[in-house]
Design a protein around this ligand. Sequence first.
Ligand SMILES: [Zn+2]
Length: 373
Amino acid sequence: MKFEEILGQSEIKEKLIQSYMNNRVSHSYLFFGTAGSGKLGLAIAFAQYLSCTNKQENDSCGQCPSCKKYEKLIHPDLHFVFPVITEAGKKKISDAFISEWREMILSDVYVSYNEWMQNLGSQNKQGLISVDESAEIIRKLSLKSFESEYKIMIIWLPEKMHVSCANKLLKILEEPPHNTIFILVSDERESVLPTILSRTQAVKILGIDDDIMEKHIIDKYNLSAQEAKDIVRISNGSYVEAKQQILANEENKFNLKQFIHFMRLTYSRNIAEALTWAEDMAKIGREPQKSFLKYSSILIRENFVYNFNDNNIYYLTKEEEEFARNFARFLNSENVNSIAKIFDDAHYGIERNGAAKIIFTDIAFLVMRVIRK
Ligand SMILES: [Zn+2]
């Protein structure tokens, strides 16, 4: 991963490169600051730069044998430690999960702790850097470096480190073997153990500049300038947050489109179309189905409230409001609860693994019965 692949952060990149140029590379860093600002990517890019055998003015070369290995995160002198879960048949150390880790980071280095846990398929389990990890770290760092001048240990989320693991690392953090560099990457500096903090050089990484993020998401996600502005405004410099907002917006658009289509076909009592629609909805997967049903139940209630003409009590996007202008009048105190309940019941059915095609056909017929009342 080259520095140029990390969004913005030009000052910090410059600073890191300068520290190498001036022979002032520290032996243990703590990169901290806003989650989603690119700290992990910066740590990897810095490690790649240090190991590159053909350093360019502002970046690693991307071409030398070392860079080639770094591109796949398989350089023998690059080590990762990150929180892991207890899984049958696996040791509770990072290496047992290294292929999942590489796959995630190579597809997108802007990740949150929650995404990593989801990736591991962890249901409510807590990720941890356990005491077993400390022995691994010490063992790996006692080996001579294989190919590069530096041996680099990146520890992602040291705030998840068990205190007994931390205690065993104090000595090596204080005095690492020759040309060994620790880069700790923390989302919550205040939760990192003080004994660890005091042994690292803190480097604060700020959020990504609004202008840079805006331009990037317009290009990458094909957004309008206004959409991009709205997303950036609520993302606080976090690209992880921005991506989540973009996904939520897309989901919202899809749900609204389906909702409008559904209401038209039920109002016109178009049975053939209702059956086709139910078939299509049966194919989109459980999570999108649940999202649509929840959305519809909320939108029904918001549309009913819209009738009172007080824009302080309903919350609708511009597109939703456009639809509400024509649709809301079909809702009244007689039918609003029964329609919302149809969606709520269907949501419950999907959650219980009910047959989606039957559930979606049912809601079409049930709504047809009450919508004109
Ligand atoms: Zn290189």
